[in-house]
Design a protein around this ligand. Structure first.
Ligand SMILES: Cc1ncc(C[n+]2csc(CCOP(=O)(O)OP(=O)(O)O)c2C)c(N)n1
Ligand SMILES: [Mg+2]
Length: 543
């Protein structure tokens, strides 16, 4: 290339054009955002082939991008407004980090020339603000470094363990001339160490009573079918890891045994019967309450397969194999010998609950499971009723169930909107508590505007049921701020442009669900239930 040609290439595009070309090359067709002055040069003359998805608060913007990224298995691209927008978004950035959802989050910054004056909307130490919940964070030193920073943010976000990344972009950078950045192919699968796999296979072959503890990593990797084959070949009992944010094993499968509690004592009790525990696609283990984890006392052999070196590093006992799910499960399936072990007895599902008034939560959950189309996805955030949901709504497996892995509320409603956007014609159902719904309620507006095939079922028990229950577990009394009287979800939904109905009697439920699930566009069903709460972490009922 001559000198003249080289010079022409360097001046051929702007930072903005180079960025859009990268998005197209990465297959990113939507940008989730909430606009401000510092983003205007990026937003001006918006191209027709990229859909700008407006969210009315940044927690909703990031939650929607997260759901969409999970549905499409590509990084969600987000554009926020300086420190104020990132601040509003942080709770759901934390959740995306725990969910292992790939997101490239950009935020506007003031013009470089007035940064020294701490201008209006200036973001102080912008790249530090979302840390430690982003895998990579930068405000590039020069405008011409922005596209390469966005490319790096994309590869890093997409590399297992996936997660959010952050690029702060000063307002005047977008129009700066730059050399285009070519999108590259970066492979993502990481194969397991064959010797480590051999040791695991030997342990499985020698075990009398093995258990597989399966976590969200398997569904995330699209490896549920493979997982089922491995489970069937090994004839092991299958448990779900505590607080699994996805369904990685069909819950009606005969080997499906149950859900582990996030309590060290209860988890250890549930796994006591096994001489070998193999944790796949999950940490060892996520706990929510204190207690003695006798599982680590040495009587049980523990193996872990994880794509997350950090999760491997914090595992207190046993051997960890670092690999992505597909190559690891393929190798396991190939190496596992046939076994004469008897297949374990799975769980027994409870009988259908009766339709009584006041409407029992179990009846709602069972009715919803019956009414949902077979290919629907459920996005859930109803903390005190998760154990009941696990009993009365057995999930089908791959891409069927989502919630947040973080414990931070305000995720599932916007995530369901993003999910509906990514799943196009199939139905998405959001099952959400009255408390949880209110953290990011404005996501309803985005769904209504776009007539997304989304049905939101609000389980209204007039308060923070999980907190009532947790207060009992922790034996604390007289806690303020747990009752939420007087919220009218029908009016709220209608005010955001959604179809809505309230159900207070058991006999009204089935027709209301049927109608809502067939509604073209977004609808909400508010179901008023008894405010009595189940005791979480009760010692009985280990499932
Ligand atoms: C961002 C955030 N704030 C507060 C909490 C604490 N918290 C945990 S569960 C819960 C109650 C949720 O209420 P609701 O959605 O109505 O479900 P319910 O517990 O009644 O089933 C609260 C406030 C949290 N987990 N995350
Ligand atoms: Mg509630």
């Amino acid at each position: 290339m001559s000198r003249r040609q080289a010079k022409e290439t360097t001046k051929s595009v702007t930072v903005k054009q180079a960025t859009f070309d990268l998005l197209r090359a990465f297959g990113i067709k939507r940008v989730f955002g909430n606009p401000g002055s510092t983003e205007l040069p990026f937003l001006s003359d918006w191209p027709d082939d990229i859909d700008y998805v407006l969210g009315l608060q940044e927690a909703s913007v990031v939650g929607m991008a997260d759901g969409y990224a999970q549905a499409t298995r590509n990084a969600g691209f987000v554009n926020l407004h300086s420190a104020a927008g990132v601040g509003n978004a942080l709770g759901n950035i934390y959740t995306a980090h725990r969910n292992r959802t790939p997101l490239v989050i950009t935020a506007g910054q003031q013009a470089r020339s007035i940064l020294p004056l701490q201008a209006f909307l200036y973001a102080e130490r912008a790249s530090e603000f979302p840390r430690p919940y982003v895998k990579y964070s930068v405000e590039p030193a020069r405008a011409e470094d922005v596209p390469a920073a966005i490319a790096r943010a994309y590869y890093t976000a997409m590399q297992p363990p996936c997660g959010p990344t952050f690029v702060s972009v000063p307002i005047d950078d977008w129009t700066h001339p730059v050399q285009p950045v070519a999108a590259r192919k970066v492979s993502r699968e990481i194969g397991p160490d064959p010797d480590a796999m051999k040791s695991l296979v030997e342990a499985l072959a020698a075990s009398k009573h093995p258990a597989l503890v399966i976590g969200p990593g398997v569904d995330r990797a699209g490896a549920v079918e493979l997982m089922v084959k491995v489970a069937e070949k090994s004839k092991a009992a299958v448990w779900v890891s505590p607080f699994s944010a996805r369904c990685s094993f069909p819950e009606r499968h005969p080997q499906f045994t149950g859900f582990l509690h996030a309590s060290p004592g209860q988890l250890s009790d549930a796994l006591r019967a096994y001489d070998l525990v193999v944790v796949i696609g999950a940490p060892v283990f996520i706990f929510h309450v204190e207690g003695h984890a006798s599982i680590f006392d040495g009587a049980t052999a523990i193996y872990q397969i994880t794509d997350d070196p950090d999760a491997a590093a914090v595992t207190p006992a046993g051997s960890s194999i670092i690999a992505t799910m597909k190559p690891a499960l393929l190798m396991l399936l190939e190496m596992l010998p046939e076994t004469k072990r008897a297949a374990p007895a799975g769980r027994t599902l409870p009988p259908a609950p009766a339709a009584t008034d006041p409407l029992p939560v179990e009846f709602l959950l069972h009715s919803l499971a019956t009414a949902m189309p077979a290919d629907a996805a459920l996005v859930e955030e109803v903390p005190s009723h998760r154990p009941a949901m696990q009993k009365f709504m057995p999930m089908r497996g791959q891409d069927s169930f989502y919630t947040m892995a973080s414990g931070g509320l305000g995720y599932s409603l916007p995530a369901a909107v993003g999910m509906a956007l990514g799943r196009e014609k199939r139905r998405t159902v959001c099952l959400i508590g009255d408390g949880s719904a209110m953290y990011s309620i404005q996501a309803l507006w985005t769904a209504a505007q776009r007539k997304l095939p989304l049905t939101v079922v609000v389980l209204n028990n007039s308060g923070y049921g999980a907190m009532r229950s947790f207060s009992q577990v922790m034996q604390v009394r007289n806690v303020p701020g747990l009752d939420l009287p007087g919220i009218d979800f029908v009016k709220i939904a209608e005010g955001h442009g959604c179809d809505a109905v309230r159900v207070t009697r058991a006999s009204e439920l089935a027709p209301a669900l049927k109608r809502a699930l067939a509604h073209r566009g977004t609808s909400l069903v508010e179901v008023v239930v008894d405010s009595a709460v189940p005791l979480l972490y009760a010692q009985q009922g280990r499932e």
